[in-house]
Design a protein around this ligand. Structure first.
Ligand code: FES
Length: 495
């Protein structure tokens, strides 16, 4: 039967999850979601048919993936520590994924062979009619036969592009699996050798968990479809009934195929108060006035928190409250920005705190956290060292990939833009992100006015701002006057 060598056939629907569609067309997921919302791209049960993808993106050339690779490489550099060691799946997972794909390929081949036998049967029947019918019937049947043979011999429309798309999709499916969380519908990828839990945290999807090493059972979820494979042993024992209904522990398993799991997303109120003994990994000077304190939580007790929250740190009888500047996706690493001052904890950091010293972390505290479904545009405003929670929120927003435009305004209050290079690397890595360092603006009210004047209608915007109370009040009032919807304002007064 004249079909394409890889089994592609125009009549077979082939559905793709949204996250994979975004990767294939090289667009942020937010753009795909908006196209669906605006009815430019049709979906079926939340999936996109390959034919629809070819129709809506006629100009995308899948054989040329240079740009996609380049963006991924820059992103990998910008988020180096959390990505680089997670590139390739485990050998056993790779083998299972290849096995799954070969099963699909075998099913597609057997379907094509079945179509082939139907076609031959039809041909024979038409030949019988030709033998027994009158002249008019013979002519009509001959026309139908000719048409059938011509159509079967012809390449389906867009065959070359479809082949390239399928080839690239196959590579993506081998390298990473898609997870859909029901009932919320959020999606994320599991790259390389990650567990489902690690990948959810990297993607900024907050799910229930506890120990993260197979002891507590709190990360148990129900598998609704697809296959998972155990990559770490766990001591927690699932009951027979739980196993029978497909439950598994997210911290011990990785997906072999795309999977759908059933579990609720968690919020601020679901995160328990923790007390964790961490060790100083490094005290990094960020100029004269700010130090980045890098802490490492024990392997069995990573800190569970949401971007934008703060913790209480204590060491040798001195303590202080500080925002976490790192992302919850960074495993055991916690970054804190400390400003030089007479505060006893700050004095300790700048005087003699060093590698290997113990620091207890208690928390997290606060409700200055990211909405899981933010608006199209996000304005981040940070003042001085209040950049710390904003930095964590930006990394969360980038992981979610749901915003179309993100703007960071960082006001220098005399400390300098002490992680300026990092902000610029985000801008290089992510087309949706722009960075505006602001200096020389005196009063907070003036700063608020200057920022808001750069943005017209705030109808599709979320604002996250951290800084002195005067700035927060002025921004809030100004944003409301410019149409910021209720619920899209997120301000944190930081002294
Ligand atoms: S988080 Fe404790 S068992 Fe998975």
């Amino acid at each position: 039967m004249p079909t394409r060598a890889n089994g592609y056939h125009a009549a077979m629907p082939h559905y793709l999850p949204l996250s994979r569609v975004a990767r294939l067309v090289g667009q942020p997921r937010s753009v795909i979601q908006r196209m669906i919302h605006d009815e430019e791209l049709a979906t079926f049960d939340g999936m996109v048919d390959m034919q629809e993808l070819l129709r809506v993106f006629p100009d995308v050339r899948w054989e040329d993936e240079g740009d996609y690779r380049r963006v991924e490489e820059i992103k990998a550099k910008a988020f180096a520590k959390r990505i680089q060691e997670h590139v390739l799946p485990d050998k056993a997972v790779l083998a299972e994924r290849l096995y799954e794909m070969s099963r699909e390929f075998a099913a597609a081949r057997s379907l094509l062979l079945h179509y082939d036998s139907i076609f031959r049967f039809l041909s024979d029947k038409l030949a019988d009619v030709t033998d027994t019918g009158g002249e008019a019937t013979r002519q009509a049947v001959a026309d139908v036969k000719q048409w059938l043979q011509r159509e079967m011999a012809a390449s389906p429309p867009d065959a070359d592009r479809a082949e390239a798309l399928l080839a690239q999709e196959s590579v993506l499916r081998i390298m990473s699996a898609n997870v859909t969380v029901q009932p919320s519908g959020h999606e994320f990828f599991v790259d390389g050798n990650d567990t489902v839990l690690e990948a959810a945290l990297r993607a900024g999807i907050p799910l229930e968990y506890g120990c993260s090493n197979g002891n507590c059972g709190e990360c148990k979820v129900k598998l609704l479809s697809g296959q998972v494979k155990k990559v770490y042993p766990h001591d927690f024992r699932l009951s027979e009934a739980e196993k029978a209904e497909g439950s598994f522990l997210m911290c011990s398993y990785t997906p072999v195929t795309d999977i759908v799991i059933q579990t609720e997303l968690t919020g601020v109120d679901d995160i328990p108060r923790q007390s964790i003994p961490s060790k100083v990994k490094a005290v990094e000077m960020l100029g004269e006035q700010v130090a980045a304190l890098h802490l490492l939580a024990p392997r069995s007790q990573r800190l569970r928190f949401l971007a934008g929250q703060y913790v209480t740190l204590s060491t040798d009888g001195v303590e202080g409250d500080y925002y976490v500047a790192s992302c919850p996706c960074e495993d055991r690493h916690i970054e804190i920005h400390v400003r030089r001052s007479d505060h006893p904890f700050a004095r300790r950091v700048f005087q003699d705190l060093g590698k290997g010293d113990q620091v207890r972390i208690e928390g997290p505290h606060g409700r200055f956290v990211m909405k899981l479904d933010p608006s199209r545009n996000i304005l981040f405003v940070a003042w001085g060292v209040a950049f710390a929670p904003i930095k964590s929120l930006i990394q969360h927003a980038m992981s979610l990939e749901t915003a179309e435009r993100m703007h960071l305004y960082w006001v220098d209050d005399g400390l300098g833009h002490y992680q300026d290079n990092l902000c610029r690397s985000w801008m290089d890595a992510d087309d949706t992100f722009t960075y505006h360092p602001l200096s020389g603006l005196a009063a907070p009210e003036e700063v608020a006015e200057a920022i808001l004047n750069l943005h017209g209608d705030l109808g599709y915007t979320d604002i996250y701002a951290a800084g002195p109370a005067a700035l927060i009040q002025a921004l809030h009032a100004g944003a409301q006057a410019r149409g910021l919807p209720d619920g899209n304002w997120h301000g944190e007064s930081v002294d």
